[in-house]
Structure formats: C-alpha cells, structure tokens
Design a protein around this ligand. Structure first.
Ligand SMILES: Nc1ncnc2c1ncn2[C@@H]1O[C@H](COP(=O)(O)OP(=O)(O)OP(=O)(O)O)[C@@H](O)[C@H]1O
Ligand SMILES: [Mg+2]
Length: 359
C-alpha cells in the first residue's frame, strides 16, 4: 500500500510519512507506519490463503478487543487496538484483493522470540492467563471457528488413519513404532473433546497460538502489556491454550531436534508457567478445567505429533520441510515429550494442585 492509499484508508493521527516492513511473523505481512507527528502504527496484510473467511476472522477480533477494552479502560498499551478506516470499518480491501488492517503500535515494548530465562516464560503465562480471565464472561459461542476442527483430536485421529490407510509414499513401514504410539493413545486423545460434548468442560475464548512471541512485554519491567496475533482466537478449551504453551515452551530442545536425548520435558518450566497462568485465571476456571490442565499439555503435544506424522505419511503437503524426514523428526520430538510427561504424570498433577491450593 502506498502512502496515499494508506492515508485515504485509515483514520490516522496525521499524514503517514513512512511504511517499513517489521516483525518476523510467518503468517501475515507486517509493517510499521509512522506519521508526520511521530505516531506509529502497525499495518498488516491478512493472509487470506490461510484464513478463508476474513470477515469472520475480523469480526472475532473486533468483538474480543472491544470486550478487553472495557476491562482495561484508558490503557491503550494493555489491549491490541484496531485503528478504524475512514469508512467506519476496521479493515480494507485493495483493488488487488489484499486485505489490510491497522493497529496502534505498542510503544516501549519487547516481543521475544525465545525466553532468556524462566521469568520470561512465567510472564507469558501471566499474559495468557489474564487474556483467559478477562474473556471468561465473553460468550465464546458467538465467535467463529476461523480454522474449523483445529483442536478436534478425534478428527485429527480420523485424518491420521486415512493417511495411514492410503500410505501414498509407502512410508508407513519405516514408522511402525510411531504409528503404534499414536494408536495406543486413541481413547485418551478424545477425552477432553468428549468432556466438552458432555458439558463437563466449558467452552472458552481461546487464543490458539500461545507462543512467547505473541505477547508484548513492557521494555523496562519485562512484565506483560498485551497479547497480540488474534487471528486464531476461537471458541475452545482453556486447557488447550495452556497445553500448547507447555508443549512448545517447556521442552528443552527445538521442535525438530534429531538427537532425542536432548528433548526433555522440563518440570521447572512447566511449574513456572503454571504459577503465572493460574495467578491470573486460576480463580475463574472451573475445578474440572484445573484438573485437566496436565491432560491439556499431554494432548496438545500428542495432537501435534499426530499431525506431523499424518503429514509425513501423506507426503509432506501441509508443513513446509527443509530436509528429508523433517516431519518424521518433528513427530518424534513430540512423542518423546509425551512419554516424558507420562513418566512425570504424578508430578504434573501435584504441581497443578499445589499451585491451585496456594491461590
Ligand atoms: N501492535 C503492535 N505493536 C508493536 N509491534 C507489533 C504489534 N503487532 C505486531 N507487532 C510485531 O509484529 C510481529 C508480527 O505480528 P503478528 O504476530 O501479529 O504476525 P503473524 O504473522 O501472525 O505472526 P506469527 O508468525 O506468530 O503467526 C510481532 O511479533 C511483533 O514483533
Ligand atoms: Mg505472531
């Protein structure tokens, strides 16, 4: 978008004088726009190949951020803030068919790619816990599933079995232990979906991309300001958001590490995240939600591994790969983590109950 198009699209404080690429997001294209008065904004083109229904996606974000603004009056750094367009909407479509939206720039903040210590991970837990807490009275069922069946573990198993039956690349033979690992856990994998269906777990507003780099921290205090990257905000289970953070953040190695002896599940990191998360939302979650947090961690890790294995069997069509067997390596790290969680299962439950008792 050139400066003129920008100026005639969004209601900014002054004339835009520069627009430069920024951030290192993988899904959307992100730019920083500065106006003559020095006011900064974030401009993003929305990836409409990944997200088919941009209207629904934006309606989710508009509704959720409006709710968060009511909870954080007069504090613009505490909520991701959409900038309206001149025609009264919150996003615009160019003649080429690209969608753009604009946010207030969160000033004096940092966005970390990796935790430098346990505290960074703890602070991200506080941020996602606050997000959960402040949206606990939002009607989650009014949000649209921007990616249908995202954490439908039963459906993930169905897709896995389909890929296994088709075995289009003849790869099943070389991953028999992994296939067996998946099949042995099928009953357990569907447990939380069934609890939701039976009304035993409430439907919540979930973020679904609860990584450290989707939290803005104050540059001075390194405490949370707000949660960003709201494209995957959907109705879901609180334990799944918790679980995905653990899957990614409490592992001692990269998701595609080949040397499995380096892939361990860290109980201290899990404990730090639990403390941060429950300090912010422990009192709003129901008892069954608290009790299923360890299961959330295990099932998100299992589901992720199942998806990598499904893609490996299907010929690597979904996750981009940069080496042979990349998806097989990735599924192995996830299953190693699941095994470690199973070994430390009593400790995982004990930590949750102890932290909860102390609230
Ligand atoms: N309001 C904001 N103020 C300041 N910086 C921001 C803001 N929104 C986004 N950023 C920066 O831009 C980066 C990308 O933003 P975002 O996470 O929304 O994009 P994405 O492409 O969806 O990312 P991902 O790869 O995580 O899916 C962030 O990591 C952050 O550094
Ligand atoms: Mg992001």
């Amino acid at each position: 978008m050139n400066m003129d198009a920008l100026a005639s699209a969004f209601r900014m404080d002054g004339v835009p004088v520069s627009c430069v690429p920024s951030g290192n997001g993988h899904i959307n294209k992100t730019f920083t726009v500065t106006t003559a008065s020095g006011h900064r904004y974030i401009l993003q083109s929305i990836n409409h190949y990944v997200f088919k229904d941009v209207d629904a996606l934006m309606n989710n974000i508009i509704a959720v951020t409006a709710h968060l603004h009511i909870k954080n009056p007069g504090d613009p750094r505490r909520v991701l803030t959409l900038v309206p367009t001149l025609d009264g909407s919150y996003y615009t479509r160019t003649p080429e068919g690209d969608y753009f939206r604009m946010f207030e720039f969160v000033e004096n903040s940092v966005c970390l790619e990796q935790a430098s210590d346990e505290n960074d991970f703890y602070q991200s837990a506080v941020a996602f816990g606050e997000f959960q807490n402040q949206l606990s009275d939002f009607p989650a069922d009014t949000l649209v599933e921007t990616i249908p069946h995202f954490h439908d573990t039963i459906d993930r198993y169905r897709q896995f079995k389909e890929a296994l039956a088709a075995d289009v690349k003849g790869r099943a033979q070389e991953c028999l232990p992994e296939i067996e690992f998946v099949l042995a856990r099928e009953e357990e994998a569907g447990q939380m979906v069934r609890m939701l269906q039976a009304g035993k777990l409430p439907l919540r507003v979930t973020h679904n991309d609860t990584k450290l780099n989707n939290v803005m921290l104050d540059a001075d205090s390194r405490t949370p300001l707000c949660v960003i990257d709201l494209d995957t905000v959907m109705p879901g289970l609180a334990a799944n958001d918790f679980g995905d953070s653990i899957r990614f953040g409490a592992s001692t190695a990269a998701e595609d590490e080949i040397d499995l002896s380096r892939v361990c599940f860290s109980l201290p990191l899990y404990t730090a995240y639990t403390k941060g998360f429950l300090s912010a939302c422990g009192k709003t979650l129901t008892r069954p939600e608290i009790d299923t947090l360890p299961l959330g961690a295990k099932l998100m890790t299992l589901e992720c591994g199942v998806r990598f294995l499904t893609d490996y069997l299907g010929g690597d069509t979904y996750f981009s790969i940069s080496r042979e067997k990349h998806n097989l390596d990735r599924c192995r790290t996830q299953f190693k983590l699941v095994s470690e969680m199973e070994d430390k299962w009593d400790d995982m439950n004990r930590v949750i109950q102890e932290v909860y008792q102390e609230l």
